[in-house]
Design a binder for this molecule. Structure first.
Ligand code: ADP
Ligand code: ZN
Length: 746
């Protein structure tokens, strides 16, 4: 039977599907999941064919114009998954499908040939030549070392990036017969099959004897793999407990059973070392890597190969959850607590949660791994919804670092920055510099919100209703709760200890770097944060220089916190552990605990033992104390108590409704109207707000928000249903954003 009508999920922000006529010349070719070009209003846009209805209410149907790249189409499973995402996260299905495509397919570009480099001699020869050239030709030396270690062909662009090298240096090596450059089309080397024997010589990969925690974890995962059933398993293992080894073995089981695997990692952790480790540990199985550093064309190529089943394992960041992997047998989400799994633009999905849904649709296991599991996942494990494997000890003999907590006082905020380094930290830094060991200094200053804080007793002013830090608003000279809108005047002195002149606070990495340069003029200091690492290249360069020992002190924000393995670092200084603690966000304590734990995990990974100095105004805060002593259980117990009392996740679900626009009055009015509709209809949920968002204005748009809270996801969804498709457009361009399970309260 020829299909004459197609149902299309059009790439527009509308929550409904549209019918089109299938012209006879396309009727035989058009299939479910194809991307098509369709007329929409007066324009032409794209969409995905999601159904073939027998008839349509619409009498005059417009025709589909054409099928775009027919070889890339969504299979039934991905259609089902994206539909769930659209419904759950309140996005248009067409937009979700569009977001699931790699960017160059979206843009419709063609693939080009790529250059691939391979070594022309055995790796030990490359290494010794690399050593010989180390001082005379450092760039060639780096290339040789990289090629020797990489074992197998690599894209030229990738090689030059990782080895921080120029095409000229590579060309010299080719001329001297050390390397070969070839042009290939299609199969990229990362997904190419490799000779398994190459991997045998690799140090220890797959050869270590699993310790007891790993064995138990693997047994739990294996039974789910063999039972071919859905099961989510939380692998809670301290940093260095050997979680990756567990993932690798589970993936090898899946490969041996003729299936494939998907590994999600946070953007920051997708480093060449990580990829290499998976390649080595998977004994030559073809691995495809999807990350945002690939160009659109590279990503499209990988995509096509994945779809053809040529990659045994796919590793990637958030959006890789959409990778069209046939016969998927296992999904791994590493650092499952990481907030970068949540997309902060539409569709606002959380890749970790989508991974669990994908696994359940496919009846396969999903592993969620972390040293600091999210309380949501922990709760699911505690209530038996997820399996739990616990690995409380490091796999290797290096113990966890020694942690020293140093209380801060008013000097910290001296305007000249001289108080940022306490005497204790200064002493430790000097001794490391003298011993030529490396120092990592961490300052999370993604702060924008100013809060009031007593430098004597440590009190921070909070909202009595919400237990959320009050934010200082300069324009109104008042304090305000960003959850419920409650506002109060700034007290002249501390309500607790009556110290006069309670303070507003805020510091940054730039000031810190200047202070370090003043104190340690002989040290080589580098800074890594969102300002300095505007490009991935800058980040690689800095990280590379630090790994090679060309930098003594690295100062940074989150970017230095995760995943990196710098064996020469023996001192980690957390300059202020508290900058995140007073964010007006109910996850503030959880994030603080996670970040201190992650940063501390960077110390003492090499031969020498490590120290961590935590400078803090809140040495008695349980998040700081538990992170310093490595007591996750106690942290979780306290934090869960607080969440339960106030109905926050994991005991309740949240939906954030954000209204934004250029005119504040309209935004406020719209927020009020929306809240009224919701309040009238809301059953089984609580409504908080409307209130101005903590970040009151972004890119010229004022923001107000409403928070819906309920123990039942269904009740929340039923309540939002009442907003329907009604769009708040009568007043000057107010936009309404619905964020289900928000990660950011800001
Ligand atoms: P995690 O991912 O939990 O932080 P890793 O998997 O990176 O931990 O393991 C940390 C280190 O311990 C790695 O160098 C790894 O090779 C090593 N390792 C893992 N499992 C074992 C084991 N059973 N015996 C010895 N060393 C191990
Ligand atoms: Zn409040």
């Amino acid at each position: 039977m020829l299909r004459s009508i197609a149902e299309v999920a059009v790439n527009v922000p509308l929550l409904r599907l549209f019918h089109y006529r299938v012209p006879s010349e396309l009727a035989e070719r058009l299939e479910l999941g194809h991307r098509v070009l369709v007329p929409f209003g007066r324009q032409t846009t794209t969409g995905i064919c999601v159904g073939f209805p027998e008839q349509s209410q619409v009498t005059v149907l417009k025709p589909i114009r054409e099928i775009l790249h027919p070889d890339c189409r969504f299979d039934a499973h991905l259609l089902q998954l994206t539909r769930w995402i659209a419904e759950y996260y309140r996005a248009s299905w067409g937009e979700v499908l569009e977001a699931a495509l790699p960017p160059s397919i979206r843009a419709g570009k063609e693939e080009r040939a790529i250059r691939v480099v391979s070594a022309a001699r055995p790796s030990d020869e490359l290494l010794s030549e690399g050593m010989r050239l180390a001082t005379r030709a450092p760039v060639q030396s780096r290339l040789l070392t990289f090629l020797a270690r990489n074992r197998g062909p690599i894209q030229q662009a990738e090689l030059l990036k990782h080895a921080v090298a120029t095409p000229e240096a590579l060309h010299k090596l080719v001329e001297k017969g050390w390397a070969i450059v070839e042009e290939v089309r299609g199969l990229s080397p990362s997904a190419a099959d490799r000779n398994a024997s190459e991997f045998e010589a690799l140090s220890g990969a797959g050869k270590v004897d699993l310790h007891e925690g790993q064995r138990t974890a693997l047994a739990t995962i294996r039974s789910a793999i063999f039972a071919q059933e859905f099961k989510a398993i939380l692998v809670h293992g301290v940093t260095g407990s050997g979680k990756t080894e567990v993932y690798l073995r589970a993936l090898r089981d899946v490969l041996a059973a003729g299936k494939r695997g998907l590994v999600l990692v946070p953007e920051i952790s997708l480093t060449p070392q990580t990829v290499l480790r998976f390649r080595n540990g998977l004994e030559g199985a073809p691995v495809a890597v999807l990350h945002s550093m690939l160009t659109g064309t590279e990503r499209a190529r990988e995509w096509r190969q994945i779809q053809e089943g040529r990659a045994g394992v796919v590793i990637g960041v958030r959006s890789s959850i959409f990778a069209p992997i046939p016969d998927l047998g296992l999904i791994v989400v590493d650092e499952e607590h990481d907030s970068s799994y949540k997309q902060e633009s539409s569709p606002r999905y959380n890749a970790r949660d989508v991974a669990v849904m994908r696994a359940s649709m496919l009846k396969i296991p999903v592993i969620l791994g972390s040293a600091t599991p999210s309380l949501e996942s922990l709760h699911n494990a505690q209530t038996g919804k997820y399996g739990l494997a616990h690995m409380p000890l490091r796999a290797t003999s290096h113990g966890l670092p020694t942690v020293v907590t140093v209380p801060l006082d008013g000097k910290f905020y001296r305007p000249d920055g001289s108080g940022l380094i306490t005497d204790q930290l200064d002493m430790f830094v000097r001794s490391r510099l003298k011993r030529k060991e490396q120092v990592l200094l961490f300052l999370n200053r993604r702060g924008f919100a100013t809060y009031l804080h007593c430098t004597r007793c440590g009190l921070v002013l909070k909202c009595a209703e919400c237990d959320i830090t009050l934010t200082f608003h300069k324009s109104q000279d008042a304090l305000r709760c960003h959850y419920c809108g409650h506002s109060r005047a700034v007290p002249p002195d501390c309500p607790d200890c009556s110290m006069p002149g309670i303070r507003r606070t805020g510091v940054g990495t730039e000031k810190l770097t200047a202070e370090l340069e003043r104190r340690y003029p002989e040290a080589r200091i580098a800074r890594l944060d969102r300002d300095t690492a505007s490009s991935n290249n800058a980040m690689r360069t800095t990280i590379g220089a630090f790994s090679r020992g060309e930098v003594d002190i690295l100062v940074g924000t989150q970017m230095v916190a995760k995943g990196h393995d710098f064996p020469q670092v023996t001192l980690v200084g957390i300059v202020s552990a508290d900058t995140g603690l007073n964010f007006p966000d109910f996850r503030a304590a959880e994030r603080t605990f996670q970040v201190i734990t992650q940063v501390s995990g960077r110390a003492g990974r090499g031969a020498k033992s490590g120290h961590v100095i935590i400078q803090t105004f809140f040495s008695e805060h349980f998040a700081v104390r538990c992170a310093a002593t490595g007591d996750f259980d106690e942290f979780a117990r306290r934090e869960l108590e607080f969440r339960k009392a106030l109905g926050y996740p994991p005991f309740g679900r949240l939906v954030k409704i954000l209204l934004q626009g250029p005119v504040e009055e309209s935004v406020a009015q719209e927020a009020k109207d929306t809240a009224e509709i919701l309040r009238e209809k809301c059953e089984g949920c609580r409504l908080l707000g409307p209130a101005p968002s903590p970040i009151t204005k972004i890119q010229g748009k004022f923001r107000h928000q409403i928070l819906l809270k309920s123990a039942s996801a269904r009740a929340l969804h039923r309540t939002i249903d009442h907003l329907g498709n009604r769009r708040p457009q009568k007043r000057s361009a107010v936009e309404r954003i619905i964020d289900v399970d928000p990660q950011s309260m800001l």
